[in-house]
Write a protein that binds this ligand. Structure first.
Ligand code: MN
Length: 233
């Protein structure tokens, strides 16, 4: 059958192209950055084994698969991950799904690691506290809103604090690895509620993981992201 032969030729063509060494580029376009802390830094809230697998296998797979998706497409491979996700609708349809899933996975996890630190948690202070109180009433109300968004995300996904196109803070949630940047939002902080983020320690108890996650937060890093996101373009 012609269709079948055509399909095979295309599949083989793609496979052999992927086996060719990349010329003129020493590194893959997108890279897995090292964690800014040790695997056990977030204990007891997030255990070392979960961090090791989450970063070293899950995040790594998103980076590897993103690099495969953009291989040979220099216009995409030369973009920053932020720009790639903002412009995702201009990615060719044949690889758009792969970029949404794996580019989103790469960006979302890169942000996620940066929001946490050893001996984190507590409440925000200064301008960050003022902004959160102004938008949500209090830090407790904000926590409740983000937790509800995270708890009611059916299946896998994320809950985020974002700044929207009107410059207002909002809490949203997305399925899978869908990236807030692709929805025209500026992501400030997000929590991963895929089971791979918590199952080893918390099994099915997502609420317990969420409660513990708030004890890992790096308010300096979050405050910096919030002030950048609130700046007028
Ligand atoms: Mn994850």
């Amino acid at each position: 059958m012609t269709d079948r032969r055509g399909f095979l030729a295309t599949a083989l063509g793609t496979a052999s192209a992927a086996l060719l060494p990349t010329v003129g580029r020493a590194e893959e376009p997108f890279t897995l950055e090292k964690l800014p802390y040790a695997f056990d830094a977030l204990e007891p809230h997030i255990d070392a084994k979960t961090m090791e697998i989450h970063w070293g296998r899950h995040h790594k797979a998103y980076v590897d698969n993103l690099n495969k998706a953009v291989a040979g497409k220099d216009d995409l491979a030369s973009k920053s991950i932020e720009r790639l996700m903002i412009d995702v609708n201009s990615v060719p349809a044949a690889i758009r799904g792969a970029v949404i899933n794996n580019g989103g996975g790469h960006y979302n996890h890169s942000v996620f690691w940066s929001l946490m630190k050893k001996d984190g948690g507590g409440e925000p202070t200064g301008a960050t506290a003022k902004a959160i109180d102004g938008a949500f009433g209090s830090y407790a109300k904000f926590q409740e809103k983000l937790s509800t968004a995270a708890m009611t995300r059916f299946g896998s996904g994320w809950a985020w604090l974002v700044v929207n196109q009107m410059g207002l803070m909002d809490v949203v949630s997305f399925p899978n690895q869908d990236c807030p940047l692709s929805a025209g939002l500026k992501p400030v902080m997000g929590v991963d509620v895929w089971e791979h983020a918590y199952y080893l320690k918390y099994q099915n108890k997502r609420a317990d993981y969420l409660k513990a996650w708030f004890n890992t937060l790096n308010w300096d890093a979050i405050g910096e992201r919030l002030s950048q996101a609130l700046k007028k373009d």
